[in-house]
Design a binder for this molecule. Structure first.
Ligand SMILES: [Zn+2]
Length: 396
């Protein structure tokens, strides 16, 4: 039995007037997911523990079967794992965005968490320059992808910064940054480092990045081995570092797909081919699509509907067709809602499909938030969803 877990990041949404009071998933034409829903189990799952914020890091850790309340140390450490960064046990690892702010002070406003989706070719040299000019024995700037980078604070897990509650920049779009500025400035040395890094961006002036935004800090990540835990040889396929980090940290194969951008124009065919190639010898593949989430953050309902349709027609459909003659089990879901109205993540329980040979059939004709709710099937903890699906897949 091959097992596929397909995740459309941030797909869940609320009804929108511009879509005739339908959600993007309701408005989208998704015949392949609908067929899987009709012949499978459909329900909702609370992917985010009550005590935790609705981040992709938390939710995807749960979808891989690991309890975030037990293993999650922060967003930064997961992405550091993706880069195989060596950190000491007392080091503090920050996720660092390049952002666009209006005024980096008490009256400042967050304008863009991604600095206009800055390209890696432009962002890397800037972060490398920060390391050259600002980096020292305590602070190390580590370039990543697009607007997503890291800041390693040596011994920082023992410093007061370890407990600083900094807002994720995508949560405060067009909102004041005053509170975060105050928190950063509690340590004058840390504050100076941020100001010097900002100067490099401002001086360069060729991109929309004009500040750094460290958040999601924590000690290095350590997860149980996926294969030992679930008895399946697994792989993850994603454009984003945090999924790769979860894969590396749990000993899974992490497959890089050229042209996987995390946006609407991602290399869908490449991801599908990579998944099929892996399943020739492997048992479990986790394919993650970032597109719907980015559209939700952008507040663009129509793009989001389009991203969901592409997920159905260019990921689910070709996988389904290619594996038509194999025994396969499917888990299709999203990690969390990213409502276009909110432009950030929420904790609503997500709709999911579990489809395996011989499983109960819901008989539903369309896979949506509402129909998923109507079945009354609920999985209360996100990390129980994979075991729940496996149990149904292995029943036969
Ligand atoms: Zn997400």
């Amino acid at each position: 039995m091959k097992f596929l877990s397909l995740v459309a990041d941030g797909m869940g949404d609320w009804p929108l007037s511009e879509l005739g009071h339908r959600t993007p998933l309701e408005a989208a034409v998704t015949p392949v997911m609908d067929e899987l829903a009709r012949t499978g189990i459909v329900g909702r799952c609370a992917t985010i523990p009550k005590s935790m914020p609705p981040g992709s890091d938390v939710a995807n850790m749960a979808l891989l079967g690991f309890d975030p309340e037990k293993y999650h140390t922060g967003r930064g450490p997961i992405e550091a794992a993706a880069q195989n960064l060596k950190a000491g046990p007392d080091d503090l690892i920050w996720r660092m965005n390049l952002v666009t702010v209006e005024d980096y002070g008490p009256d400042g406003i967050m304008r863009d968490y991604s600095a206009g989706h800055i390209e890696t070719e432009k962002s890397r040299p800037l972060v490398e320059r920060m390391q050259e000019v600002v980096g020292n024995d305590t602070y190390q700037f580590i370039p990543g992808i697009q607007y997503r980078h890291l800041l390693l604070q040596s011994g920082g897990a023992l410093a007061p910064e370890a407990d600083l509650d900094i807002n994720p920049p995508h949560d405060i779009l067009d909102k004041p940054i005053n509170k975060d500025m105050q928190r950063y400035s509690r340590n004058p040395e840390f504050w100076d480092v941020l100001q010097e890094a900002r100067e490099i961006l401002v001086k360069n002036g060729t991109t929309r990045a004009n500040a750094v935004w460290p958040w999601g800090q924590g000690r290095r990540l350590s997860l149980p081995d996926f294969e030992k835990t679930f008895g399946m040889k697994g792989a993850v396929i994603s454009a984003v570092d945090l999924i790769k980090g979860l894969g590396f940290a749990s000993g899974m194969e992490v497959i890089d797909v050229p042209g996987a951008t995390g946006l609407l124009d991602t290399n869908y065919e490449g991801k599908v081919q990579a998944a099929l190639e892996f399943l020739k010898t492997g048992d479990f593949v986790f394919v993650h699509l970032e597109g719907p989430d980015e559209c939700g953050h952008g507040g663009d309902a129509d793009d989001k509907r389009e991203a969901i349709e592409r997920f159905d027609s260019r990921v689910v459909k070709p996988l389904r067709e290619a594996l038509a003659d194999e025994e396969t089990a499917w888990l299709i879901c999203c990690d969390h809602y990213t409502p276009c109205i909110e432009r950030t993540h929420t904790k609503d329980p997500v709709p999911f499909i579990v489809n395996a040979p011989g499983c109960e059939a819901s008989g539903l004709d369309h896979f949506t938030e509402k129909t998923a709710d109507s079945t009354g099937v609920r999985v209360d903890d996100g990390f129980e969803l994979l075991p729940y699906a496996l149990e149904h897949a292995r029943k036969k």
